[in-house]
Design a protein around this ligand. Structure first.
Ligand SMILES: Nc1nc2c(c(=O)[nH]1)N[C@H]1C(S)=C(S)[C@@H](COP(=O)(O)OP(=O)(O)OC[C@H]3O[C@@H](n4cnc5c(=O)[nH]c(N)nc54)[C@H](O)[C@@H]3O)O[C@H]1N2
Ligand SMILES: Nc1nc2c(c(=O)[nH]1)N[C@H]1C(S)=C(S)[C@@H](COP(=O)(O)OP(=O)(O)OC[C@H]3O[C@@H](n4cnc5c(=O)[nH]c(N)nc54)[C@H](O)[C@@H]3O)O[C@H]1N2
Ligand SMILES: [Mo]
Length: 761
């Protein structure tokens, strides 16, 4: 009987070799398994594990708030579990008694690991709710703008994600697939909670075989399967909205827009049209207008508009386009353009938001709820849009705008992080360093000595997924997996649950937190709850013991073809959208009524503060794209040999066009320094025709490794990125609006000290 494990990047089969050592193999039912997971047991990773509870020296000797500037710079002292738990419990008590629960930031953003019970965020949120609440966060780094704009104009992102037109339908009906930002197979390796069968690679290749034509728009050409033979239209980063507007203008000029669709299914086109035609601002959004903005020739834009109108066209957008200043606009304009083409709700037409960012979209499995740990209610109402963490810490009491409301930043004394890595995910890490000095105490639960763990006051060592039993499930991936423990926890590591249970007993709410269940009793309880829900959906499942023995439940028989928004198209009265008008909102009365300076009532061209067309740009600066890494998930598994193999001499590659490299005087393989007013880092030049002139690309994920003088040595783009909100509407992460200088070759190559353990003593 095989035995399984699940990770965000896939289900894997576990066996033992003759010596009893565990081996991980691809899942036989997965047509395109990810290589990432094959390395999750690599011994190299153990070198960076947290072995025992560790406390920063000054904090231990002098108490909360001692020498916060020494975070990350002074030794840790290892303490016993009892001592560590006493310290954390009494510090939580001190803060909640003296300052109230509004002084605890427990948003704790991050992907953690895949199991549903040992899900770090659910655990920490449940615990802090039992403790009287915490300052939380909304949305995600992934979709800060998307989560705010999309429900206002069409539907919630999660509702859209679960009803993307399936790959089989597109193979049959799509004629033209236009991708803004590609359909990167590297990103579709993952799904939050765990991929079952990887479908995006095979899905795209089937479309290509069926004769679908592909056009890929954006700064990079290698983010779509070569089998698609996509035409690459080079378009400057952050300028896609201008291109889409010009396509829209051309449709109107040639009367190719679908007025009947717009009248029946959309609202506010007549309020957008005067802007498009230039009646409101004197600037008609013609292809000639867009050409110098985007770098795309005007006649190519005009023919693109015709090609879209003449064919069954799927418009796709990468999430990265909204992870930029004014990131609401490309998403809003994509939906507007799709509405003008009138194919939303038809098989193979309309829009995707998007195919590529995860395995989920285009999957033919419906959304079926699975096991989740109840988090309880949070009595504290103060929150931040997730990417405003540095603003929160730096500006207690300041006001900020969010989704049409005015909010106040809380005064945070204690930060509690479990399952995320802000020193991976946040922008402008030098600014985060300043913000990180503000709290009196920072507690981090981590399996690894990440940059965040190194900058904490108290670090508690956490077991990894393979060191505990769990349930693996993602709602559209088709498998419920019995994740059986593969090996014993590393050194003194414990699960988040065991730690929080011990803390809750110390703090007097043990029963509320644990409900008197052990971890294994929780697994059975969550499984049985899911079993009862599924029974109502006519999905029969075995009792827990049988499931645990068999290793997984395969839901693939419940697959069905899907056409996004087809119900709405069939009958918009019976199936209205959940927007104020029940229709697609090309004009949004609520957003208009907010009177924001940086987002009005309809989609618009709003240039980013940093992009290639910025009027005050130093002409030698290049646009930095910091995309998702191919060989890992964010910062996870960066020390693995698989991730290391993608680096050059232990540093992240920065992809650059041959013309730019030769103009700047360096070659492929040279060490270079990337810098701007916010920070500096080293990387290795990777000269490539797959990136347009004026743009460089360096993926995220290299563990932050600054030298004493502030130079980051490993190739972490977040020392360069901009820490501003997408707009005062959504306040999302705007990492993709970033200009940099590059110089090279650099002759001195300092060691990269990202991995291993910190200093103790
Ligand atoms: N410049 C730039 N920056 C970006 C992006 C970008 O495109 N460009 N993308 C952003 C996006 S979309 C995202 S989602 C974020 C991702 O940012 P994060 O989700 O914060 O990144 P991860 O590396 O996945 O961090 C998860 C951490 O949880 C730890 N962990 C794993 N399992 C457990 C567990 O069981 N318990 C505990 N306590 N910890 C565990 C891992 O060791 C790891 O350190 O990054 C964002 N940052
Ligand atoms: N292997 C792996 N897969 C992952 C992740 C990971 O860390 N590793 N992270 C996951 C997570 S949390 C998320 S949110 C998703 C994110 O999914 P996305 O946000 O879609 O992914 P990115 O890789 O940031 O960007 C996709 C492509 O957009 C292009 N692009 C960037 N800016 C622009 C622009 O202005 N215009 C156009 N036209 N194109 C642009 C880039 O060239 C890049 O190839 O990925 C997920 N998948
Ligand atoms: Mo994300």
């Amino acid at each position: 009987m095989p035995h399984y494990t699940a990770s965000h990047w896939g289900v894997y089969e576990v066996s033992r070799d003759d010596d009893g050592h565990p081996q991980i193999a691809p899942f036989a039912r997965d047509p395109d398994p990810s290589l990432i997971g094959l390395h999750q047991l690599d011994p190299k990773l153990l070198e960076s594990r947290v072995a025992r509870p560790s406390v920063r020296r000054s904090w231990l000797e002098q108490g909360p708030g001692a020498s916060p500037h020494l975070r990350g710079k002074e030794p840790f002292i290892e303490v016993s579990w009892d001592r560590a738990l006493d310290l954390v419990a009494s510090e939580l008590d001190r803060v909640r008694n003296d300052h109230g629960n509004e002084a605890i930031f427990g948003g704790s953003y991050g992907w953690a690991s895949a199991g549903r019970f040992h899900h770090a965020q659910s655990q920490i949120h449940r615990f802090l709710n039992c403790a009287g609440g915490y300052v939380s966060h909304t949305a995600s780094y992934s979709l800060g703008a998307g989560h705010v704009i999309m429900p206002r104009i069409v539907a919630k992102m999660h509702d859209l994600m679960s009803q993307h037109t399936s790959w089989d339908v597109m193979a049959r009906d799509t004629e033209l697939f236009v991708a803004f930002g590609g359909v990167p197979a590297k990103n579709a390796q993952i799904s939050p909670g765990g991929v079952g069968r990887h479908r995006v690679g095979p899905g795209l290749r089937n479309l290509a075989k069926a004769g679908v034509r592909f056009i890929n728009i954006g700064p990079c050409s290698d983010n779509i399967d070569p089998a698609c033979e996509a035409e690459w239209i080079q378009c400057r980063p952050n300028s896609d909205t201008a291109l889409m507007l010009a396509c829209a203008w051309q449709l109107v000029a040639e009367d190719l827009h679908d007025q009947a669709f717009l009248s029946k299914y959309a609202s506010g086109f007549e309020r957008f049209l005067p802007y498009l035609l230039g009646e409101t601002d004197g600037i008609p959004k013609t292809p000639e207008w867009a050409a110098p903005i985007t770098g795309v020739p005007a006649d190519r834009i005009a023919t693109l508009a015709r090609e879209m109108a003449e064919h069954r066209t799927m418009l796709n957008i990468a999430w990265s386009l909204q992870r930029a200043h004014h990131g609401e606009q490309p998403f809003w304009m994509l939906v507007t353009l799709a509405a003008m083409l009138g194919q939303i709700g038809l098989p193979g037409g309309g829009f995707g938001a998007g195919y590529g960012p995860a395995n989920t979209m285009g999957n033919d499995l419906p959304r079926i709820p699975g096991p989740t740990l109840p988090q309880g209610e949070n009595p504290v109402s103060a929150y931040i849009p997730v990417a405003r963490i540095a603003d929160l810490l730096l500006n207690p009491g300041a006001k900020f705008l969010h989704d049409g409301t005015e909010q106040t930043y809380a005064d945070i004394r204690l930060v509690y992080w479990a399952g995320g890595n802000p020193y991976h995910h946040h922008q402008d890490l030098n600014r985060l360093n300043r913000a990180w000095e503000k709290p009196e105490t920072i507690v981090v639960h981590e399996p690894f000595w990440t940059a965040t763990a190194r900058r904490a006051d108290i670090v508690l060592p956490i077991s990894t997924t393979d060191e505990r039993d769990d349930l693996g499930y993602a709602s559209q991936e088709g498998f419920l997996v019995a994740m059986q423990k593969i090996r014993e926890p590393y050194e003194d590591a414990r699960s988040d649950f065991d730690i929080l249970a011990a803390l809750s007993h110390r703090m007097g709410f043990g029963e509320a937190f644990t409900e008197n269940r052990s971890a294994s009793e929780w697994l059975e309880h969550l499984y049985e709850g899911t079993r009862a829900t599924w029974k109502k959906l006519d999905i029969e499942t075995p009792p827990f013991d049988e499931f645990w023995e068999e290793g997984l439940i395969d839901l693939s028989e419940h697959a069905r073809s899907c056409v996004m928004l087809s119900d709405f198209r069939d009958d918009p009265v019976a199936h209205p959208l959940n927007t104020p008008t029940g229709k697609i909102e090309i004009f949004s009365e609520p957003i208009h009524s907010f009177g924001l300076a940086d987002c009005s009532g309809h989609p618009e061209w709003r240039p980013a503060v940093e992009w290639l067309g910025a009027p005050d740009r130093d002409p030698t600066m290049l646009h930095l794209i910091s995309d998702q890494p191919e060989r890992k998930l964010h910062s996870q598994l960066d020390p693995s040999p698989h991730s290391e193999a993608g680096k050059k001499e232990g540093r992240e590659p920065v992809f650059i066009n041959p013309g730019d490299a030769s103009r700047l005087g360096f070659s492929d393989g040279d060490l270079v320094e990337i810098h701007n007013s916010r920070g500096r880092c080293l990387a290795v030049a990777a000269v490539s025709e797959n990136i347009m002139a004026g743009v460089v690309r360096m993926s995220t994920g290299a563990w932050y490794a600054p030298l004493e003088d502030g130079l980051e040595s490993h190739g972490n783009p977040n020392v360069l990125t901009l820490d501003i909100g997408t707009s005062t509407l959504s306040q999302g992460c705007a990492a993709q609006s970033c200009l940099v200088h590059i110089r090279g070759p650099v002759n001195t190559a300092p060691d990269v000290q990202a991995f291993g353990k910190p200093i103790f003593g």
